[in-house]
Design a protein around this ligand. Structure first.
Ligand SMILES: [Zn+2]
Length: 331
């Protein structure tokens, strides 16, 4: 693991201590569900917790010793009592299938070989198919003494309620802006922290991922094109064709961020928190020319497009449709 992955993130301290206390009093739940927005490091936390549980001599606060046999196996990625269930990178659907769950849920697979805990990590848990979730449910209903199952999900509402109710939920929330900014500075982000945090909804790891200058430059260009369409100064088909070649999830995230900011600026005072704090003036100005009903309709269409982003639908047509609605709002 890299340095970032072994370091304890400052905003993880509270959930970590809570679980540490539960563990030392022998009350660590058999199944945990780590929830919260993407970009808060839940997957990293899950792996650190697994490491801690597998180490034979972790310290009082649960940090692994990093020198025992178990730690060596963990660091080499070959620990026999750790199982990570993630979608097959080759699979188009990105789903976690029933076979993946079945493999871990036979009795033998649930028994620790090294005499300590057996840890199973499932991420992203909401990608389990209905059959996979059903199969997991049976395992959750009959817990094995030393086995701990840790599910990670940024969209826990997509999980069956029966799964959610059998796990103890650990909720991760974005740290305060000052704490996040300080952490970003430690990672070498020397400027624009406020914008990056705005764009990522306050999630520091997501902000860090956006911190390459090309990404912000790309947003600036897309926003310029979006605003040019509002003035009838750009060709809609050309813009949609260019956008269709870019990362769709990111484009739709930008779009929803601009629309939400415009809506907020129409209704709130000058101090309202924005996704694009560096674009406040320009978004405020454009918002004066738009009806709030249209903005809400567009936002809904963007959310629908995000839901379909994984599918094989023609993304250029979807984008064209969104941009037509946007341009028409100024006629
Ligand atoms: Zn150790």
């Amino acid at each position: 693991m890299n340095a970032l992955a072994t370091e304890q993130l400052p905003w993880h301290q509270v959930p970590w201590e809570m679980l540490s206390i539960a563990r030392h009093s022998d009350r660590l739940p058999h199944a945990l569900l780590l929830v919260g927005n993407a970009g808060l490091g839940k997957w990293q936390f899950a792996q650190q917790l697994a490491h801690s549980l597998l180490c034979h001599s972790s310290d009082q606060s649960g940090h692994p010793c990093c020198s025992c046999q178990s730690c060596h196996l963990f660091n080499a990625g070959t620990h026999p009592d750790l199982q990570k269930i993630i979608p097959d990178p080759e699979s188009k659907s990105g789903d976690i299938r029933i076979d993946d769950i079945r493999q871990m849920s036979n009795k033998e697979a649930l028994t620790a070989q090294a005499g300590g805990y057996k840890v199973i990590l499932i991420h992203p848990a909401e990608r389990m198919t209905a059959a996979a979730a059903n199969s997991l449910l049976k395992t959750l209903e009959e817990p094995t003494a030393q086995t701990r199952i840790i599910l990670v999900s940024s969209y826990p509402h997509r999980l069956p309620a029966t799964i959610r109710s059998r796990c103890q939920q650990i909720r991760f929330t974005a740290p305060a802006k000052e704490e996040a900014t300080q952490w970003l500075q430690q990672q070498g982000v020397t400027s624009g922290a406020e914008t990056l945090l705005g764009l990522s909804g306050g999630s520091p790891l997501a902000a860090l991922a956006l911190s390459q200058p090309e990404i912000i430059q790309e947003r600036d260009q897309q926003l310029a094109e979006f605003l040019a369409l509002a003035k009838g100064q750009a060709d809609l088909t050309t813009v949609a064709a260019r956008w269709a070649k870019l990362d769709q999830t990111r484009t739709l995230t930008w779009l929803s961020g601009w629309l939400i900011d415009i809506i907020r600026l129409q209704t709130a005072d000058g101090t309202v928190q924005l996704f694009n704090p560096d674009q406040r003036e320009i978004l405020h100005t454009v918002g004066k020319r738009l009806k709030s009903k249209l903005l809400h309709q567009l936002l809904e269409a963007v959310h629908e497009a995000r839901r379909l982003a994984d599918s094989t639908l023609n993304s250029q047509l979807i984008l064209e449709d969104l941009l037509i609605q946007w341009s028409n709002g100024f006629n």
